[in-house]
Design a protein around this ligand. Sequence first.
Ligand SMILES: *Cc1c(COP(=O)(O)O)cnc(C)c1O
Length: 465
Amino acid sequence: MNWSEFSRWGSRISQWATDYHTTLRERPVRAQVLPGEIYAQLPAQPPETGEAMDAVMADFERIVMPGITHWQHPRFFAYFPANAAPPSMLAEMLVSTIAPQCMLWQTSPAATEMETRMLEWLRQALGLPGNFAGVIQDSASSATLAAVLTMRERALDWSGNANGLSGQPRLRVYTSAEVHTSVDRAIWVSGIGQDNLVRIPTRGPLRGIDPAALDTAIRADIEQGFLPCGVVACTGGTGTGACDDLAAVIKVAKAHGLYTHVDAAWAGSAMICPEFRTLWEGVDGADSIVFNPHKWLGAQFDCSAHFIADPESLVKTLAIHPEYLKTHGADGIINYSEWSVPLGRRFRALKLWFLIRSYGLEGLRERIRNHVAWSQDLAKRLSKEPGFEIVTEPVLSLFTFRLAGKSDSDMIDYVNRINADGRIYITQTRVNGRIAIRFQVGQFDATRDDVDAAFDVLREMTGAN
Ligand SMILES: *Cc1c(COP(=O)(O)O)cnc(C)c1O
């Protein structure tokens, strides 16, 4: 492809992107294909000779688009949002054009320095104190892995990387049953092992860790010769939005010298609104906090903000210095690849800069406040509707509900019917062992009408009407 062709196609694809976004409501939210349908349409062998972009683009429309679930659809109420606001998309177009590798300061100083500044902006936006330094990780899973590795190394006096875990005391990490599976995987990958991830019982409507039970578990483990190394707490757990009492949990952790990591991957975005910060009261005392601007805030995936109170311990855990990565003669610089597991890094700060400058914090807050208000209204309407029962009350914009008197398999049928209908998209979870439907409002372009439409669909699809 020559550059004049590129220019033509670039314009066409920008137009395509605009048309796509402005007609999204007409498409079914979840892809309506069967397993294997897309695969079967892709030739078994790669072409030997080049094809015209017209042909490629036509096949993209014909083969690929039917197999897309539309995460940017305003009636996407499943999982959590993965918003890509228009200014963030534009920044990503620029980044994919320049395609820099931002592993070291010198491999693109602008990317490193913009990242430092953007994380300072986000830290202030969230109301976190100035002792936190930030880095962008590719995902919350990576941030949690980095935090768990830091816990491990700190507890082993920085000997785990060198010596491995065999012959070491058995490490213990404490968490609740409400945290995301990325915590389990961090425990596997770090070599700590699932059996050493201790689930502390939760209590109260927010399903937070019982701090007294945490203290008891840590003491019992110490007595038995285990080496407790950290606590992973959550603000806004994935299933129902569980929130630990961070002040109490961190107090117990600190009394035993443990490292604390807070997973606020989804709910963190809402903390740009001061009125929601009671949900993570005490977060100031954490050692590590992760939240995903690539979920609710509008910075397109991937963009996970990881704040650390003591970056030295993270760098001590992850930095590695072969000669080919040394940058001689540049003092006082940050090489962010020393703060994360992967070496290569995309220029992810640019989309934050475009996003925050375009909307201002007030513009972003307004969206989140609307989502929370609309979701809470919907939960209230459903609670008054015969045949519906709220299982967990809204935490920010997430609540769960059930159809009264229906079995788990009836509930799964109901979810499948709704998603096959295509007007809205929802998913389920388990609460106290039983299926409940999750509903969250968080899509960047969602309106109150979209949430009202969801109410109608939810009612209509019960089959009662
Ligand atoms: C989405 C989510 C994660 C995983 O985020 P990734 O960035 O996809 O790794 C972890 N924890 C919570 C609470 C989440 O909502």
